[in-house]
Write a protein that binds this ligand. Structure first.
Ligand code: ATP
Ligand code: MG
Length: 386
């Protein structure tokens, strides 16, 4: 017997009231896009589930792809039959025979309230039939096999196998965010977490040739190719940052270089965010990790923008970030050696408690606005596509 449908469950989406219809529409579109290479699949989109009719496609690869799509809470491989109870019993028996275990429980749900037999009665009929025809025993508390039966208006769905989905919200329902992507471990993980919450990302990277080598761009492309699993097309804006950095080192004490540099980064990111209709920026900052990530530093750095800056990994331990980086397969790319604009200019004693007055004094020594404008006029755009 072959599974004929995959049932897609929304989980958290169910609580979203009037936005629900829009969320389901976006999720259905994301699913169709991700599975576009399987041309014979059919989609049945309902307010409570999405069903994918397999039409003989092998479900394994499809399940794997679906598990990467945010907004999906769980997936089940199901067998569909009409709601005639004798057929429900027959299919249930065949399905449970394919499973291994000694105990079982039947859990049925009568979503179609017009169906004449109540759930308890369905449970009893099906379980009785299984008891008569197999050696399995009932265990209602901790069964080896949970056989679920859902009576719906268009028929009956029966399943035993459920797979965990990525959770979160469908990509795109939350709007777009300008994400600062370095070549490090943290920012790809932060990007993944944002996408998982339904935000579409556009990326910005500050490049400092010749101090940073060209390899970093290849690295970013490889990282984005991994992130394409969650967003099929990502725009990467490469900002020429060398002149700004050199100027910072000219006007300011070395201990303030990082603070100034990050203020320039935030100015550039905010300006580009506004131009591209992003309502916020984001980064892979984690509080306390480095000098620029103390509350005092974040305060002085943040003062340059009135856009919200989202920092999804702000409270994460490095070890937890690494675990997620491994999960999304960016870790091995991120640890490739490279020269980041931050690492190359890292001062020996960066200020952990920079003073805003001092910062403003340094910034007043040069017309940084014109350098910012020049950088924004010379963006190189790269698209990463699935
Ligand atoms: P990551 O592992 O993401 O590089 P990190 O722990 O090395 O983070 P920093 O180098 O201080 O920390 O950078 C903090 C955040 O600032 C990064 O996560 C990223 O969002 C942003 N950032 C740093 N350098 C760049 C860069 N060259 N281009 C774009 N964003 C950057
Ligand atoms: Mg870094």
């Amino acid at each position: 017997m072959k599974y004929d449908h995959i049932m897609v469950r929304f989980g958290e989406l169910s609580t979203k009231g009037k936005n629900k219809k829009e969320f389901i529409r976006v999720l259905a579109r994301n699913i169709r896009n991700a599975l576009s290479s399987f041309s014979t699949l059919e989609y049945i989109v309902r307010l409570d589930h999405i069903y994918i009719k397999l039409n003989d496609n092998n479900p394994d690869e499809i399940i794997g792809i679906l598990q990467g799509i945010s907004g999906i809470h769980a997936l089940s491989l199901v067998l569909k039959t009409d709601d005639e109870i004798s057929n429900v019993k027959k299919v249930s028996l065949e399905l449970i025979k394919m499973e291994s275990g000694n105990t079982f429980k039947v859990h049925s749900k009568r979503a179609n309230k017009k169906y004449p037999i109540i759930s308890d009665q369905i449970n009893r009929e099906v379980a009785g039939d299984i008891l008569r025809n197999t050696n399995l025993k009932v265990d209602v508390h901790n069964p080896d096999i949970l056989l679920s039966i859902e009576m719906r208006e268009d028929g009956c769905y029966i399943f035993t196998k459920t797979y965990k989905g990525a959770g979160g919200y469908p990509l795109g329902v939350g709007g777009k965010i300008m994400h600062m992507l370095s070549g490090g471990i943290d920012s790809p993980v932060a990007a993944y977490l944002l996408m998982k919450r339904g935000l579409r990302i556009e990326c910005i990277h500050f490049a400092s040739p010749p101090y940073t080598n060209i390899g970093v761009i290849e690295k970013l492309k490889d990282i984005l190719a991994k992130l394409n699993t969650y967003q099929e097309s990502i725009r990467l804006n490469i900002i020429p940052f060398t002149k700004i950095q050199e100027k910072i080192y000219e006007v300011a004490d070395e201990s303030y270089a990082i603070t100034l540099m990050r203020r320039m980064m935030f100015r550039l990111a905010s300006e580009l965010a506004k131009r591209r209709n992003c309502l916020a920026c984001s980064s892979g900052e984690s509080v306390g990790q480095v000098a620029s990530q103390t509350l005092e530093s974040i305060n002085v750095i943040n003062a340059v923008t009135n856009l919200p800056i989202l920092r999804p990994v702000v409270t994460y331990d490095k070890i937890d970030i690494i675990e997620l980086a491994r999960k999304i397969d960016t870790y091995d790319i991120s640890i490739r050696p490279y020269e980041d604009c931050c690492t190359i200019f890292t001062p020996k004693n960066p200020k952990t408690k920079p003073s805003l007055e001092k910062v403003l004094e340094y910034e007043a020594k040069y017309d940084f606005d014109s350098l910012i404008k020049e950088a924004l006029d010379n963006i190189e755009i790269i698209y990463s596509k699935l």
